[in-house]
Design a protein around this ligand. Structure first.
Ligand code: AMP
Ligand code: GLY
Length: 423
C-alpha cells in the first residue's frame, strides 16, 4: 500500500516510523515532513491545508491511505473533500469528517455532545459579546479558579485559568469584545474548575467499533514542577502508573462507549483517533476535552508500545473491520523527553545544528521542529526533538532518555529534567 502522512511534527515522524516497519507499506510519503521523516519516507513540500495540491500528490503517487496528523485539515474538512471528489472518494482517510471534527473545533459543540450523551464533564455555560453581562454573573456564581475557554481552535493557547474574579471578568471581556484569540474567542465557554490529576486516553474507531490504545500523560508547562507557560508538551509517559484496571473500566464504560454510541446516534461518521483529555477527580474520570487526532508528544510513547502492524490497523479502519484486529501492546513503559529551543514557547532562534544524533543507541529520536540543511540536521521550530526510551518501569525509561540527552546538544537547547516527577 502507498501511504501519505500529513504533518511535520514528532507525532508524524512516529507515524512514519511505525508505518515504515510494515511489510504492507510499499511507498511512504510525508507532507511536509521534517528531517526525521526524510530518512525513512519521501517528503513532499505541501502545506497540510492545501487540499488541491494534496489531491495532485495523492493521484500522482497512487496513494491508498491518507493519515491526517494535525487537527486543522480535519476541522477544515479534508475527509469531506476526499468523499466529494470522484477521483479521491475510494481513498481511505484516517481522520473524522468535518461535522465530527467539531468535537475539537468547537468547545461548545463538545460540551453539548457530552451533556446530551451523559458523559461526565465540568458544568459550563457559553457566552458571546451580546451577553457579556450574563457571563460576569455566571462567574460570580463560581468558586475560583475560573476556567475560560475560547470556543474555536487557538493553537492550544485558548484556555485561561484565573484565580481572581476581576481578572476573569477582564479576560472574558478581552476574549469576547477585543478578540483576544481572533475569531476563536467570538464565543467563550466558562466551566467549573476540576481539581485532579490529568491523563489521556486514545481510542481508534471505524465508526462502528473501537479499540483503546494505552493511556499516556503529557507535561504541558515549560518549567519544572509544572510551572510557567503552557507549551505543546514537554514530555510524556505511557502507561500512566496510577490507572488501575477498575479506573480503566470506568473510562471505557462511562466515557468511551457513550462517546462511540453518541457519534452513531448523532450521525457523525468517524474513522480515526479520538484523544480524550481526562482528569481524575477523586476516583472518577471526567472529560476535559476531545481532540480528533493523536496527541503530540503522547504519540511518541503510545505508538512505540503498539506491536500490531499499523498499516493493517488503518486498512481495517478504512474497511470498517476494526473489530477483527487484535491489538498487541508492549508491556514495557515508554517515556519521551522533548528538547526545545531556548525561549520557547515565546520567541526563539532557529537554524541551530543538532550535534550527537549518530551516538544514540538506547533511545529513539523523533524529530519535530528539525530539518535538513545540506547534510546537517538543524532546528526549525520550538519543539525540536522527542527522545523516547523503553524500560521495565517508567523510571528506567526516563533514565535512559536523560542518558541519551547527555550526548546531544544544540545552541540554547532546553528540556525539563523532571518528566514523571509527580507519578
Ligand atoms: P485544553 O486546551 O482544553 O486541553 O485545556 C488546557 C489545559 O487546561 C488542560 O490540559 C487542563 O490542564 C486545563 N483545564 C482545562 N479545563 C479545565 C477544567 N475544567 N478544570 C481544570 N483544569 C482545566
Ligand atoms: N499534547 C497535547 C496535544 O497534543 O494536544
Amino acid at each position: 500500500m502507498n501511504i501519505l502522512v500529513l504533518g511535520s511534527g514528532g507525532r508524524e515522524h512516529t507515524f512514519a516510523w511505525k508505518l515504515a516497519q510494515s511489510p504492507l507499506c510499499k511507498a511512504l510519503f510525508v507532507a511536509p515532513g521534517n528531517s526525521g521523516t526524510a530518512a525513512i519516507a519521501v517528503n513532499l513540500p505541501i502545506a497540510v491545508t492545501d487540499f488541491k495540491t494534496i489531491k495532485k500528490a495523492v493521484l500522482d503517487n497512487d496513494i491508498n491511505i491518507v493519515v491526517v496528523g494535525p487537527e486543522d485539515p480535519l476541522v477544515l474538512g479534508i475527509h469531506d473533500f476526499f468523499l466529494n471528489d470522484d477521483a479521491l472518494k475510494s481513498i481511505k482517510v484516517i481522520g473524522p469528517q468535518k461535522a465530527a471534527a467539531e468535537l475539537e473545533g468547537s468547545k461548545e459543540f463538545a460540551k453539548e455532545f457530552m451533556i446530551s450523551h451523559n458523559i461526565p464533564t465540568a458544568t459550563y455555560q457559553s457566552f458571546t459579546a451580546s451577553n457579556l453581562e450574563d457571563g460576569y454573573q455566571f462567574l460570580e456564581t463560581l468558586k475560583p479558579p475560573y476556567v475560560l475557554k475560547a470556543d474555536g481552535l487557538a493553537a492550544g493557547k485558548g484556555v485561561l485559568i484565573l484565580d481572581d474574579l476581576d481578572d476573569a471578568k477582564r479576560e472574558l471581556k478581552e476574549m469576547l469584545v477585543d478578540s483576544k484569540f481572533g475569531n476563536a474567542s467570538t464565543k467563550v465557554v466558562i466551566e467549573e474548575f476540576l481539581d485532579g490529576i490529568e491523563l489521556s486516553c486514545f481510542v481508534l474507531t471505524d465508526g462502528i467499533n473501537y479499540k483503546i490504545l494505552p493511556t499516556a500523560k503529557d507535561y504541558k508547562r515549560i518549567g519544572e514542577g509544572d510551572t510557567g507557560l503552557n507549551t505543546g508538551g514537554m514530555g510524556a509517559v505511557s502507561p500512566v502508573p496510577f490507572t488501575t484496571q477498575e479506573f480503566l473500566n470506568k473510562i471505557e464504560n462511562r466515557i468511551v462507549k457513550p462517546t462511540i454510541e453518541g457519534l452513531k446516534k448523532d450521525n457523525l461518521p468517524y474513522v480515526g483517533f479520538i484523544f480524550i483529555g481526562l482528569i481524575k477527580v477523586g476516583d472518577e474520570p471526567k472529560v476535559i476535552e476531545y481532540n480528533v487526532r493523536m496527541g503530540d508528544p503522547e504519540t511518541e510513547v503510545v505508538l512505540p508500545r503498539l506491536k500490531t502492524d499499523l498499516v493493517e490497523i488503518f486498512a481495517a479502519m478504512g474497511n470498517q473491520t476494526l473489530a477483527d484486529i487484535d491489538l498487541q501492546i508492549d508491556e514495557r513503559a515508554a517515556t519521551t523527553v522533548m528538547l526545545v529551543s531556548g525561549g520557547y514557547p515565546e520567541a526563539y532562534e532557529k537554524g541551530k545544528e543538532i550535534i550527537g544524533l549518530e551516538t544514540i543507541t538506547d533511545s529513539i529520536p523523533f524529530h519535530a521542529g528539525a530539518k535538513l540543511k545540506e547534510d546537517k540536521v538543524v532546528t526549525s521550530g520550538g519543539r525540536v526533538m522527542a527522545i523516547t526510551s523503553f524500560g521495565e518501569t517508567y523510571n528506567e525509561a526516563i533514565k535512559k532518555s536523560y542518558q541519551t540527552i547527555e550526548k546531544l546538544c544544540f545552541d540554547k537547547m532546553y528540556y525539563r529534567k523532571d518528566i514523571g516527577f509527580d507519578l
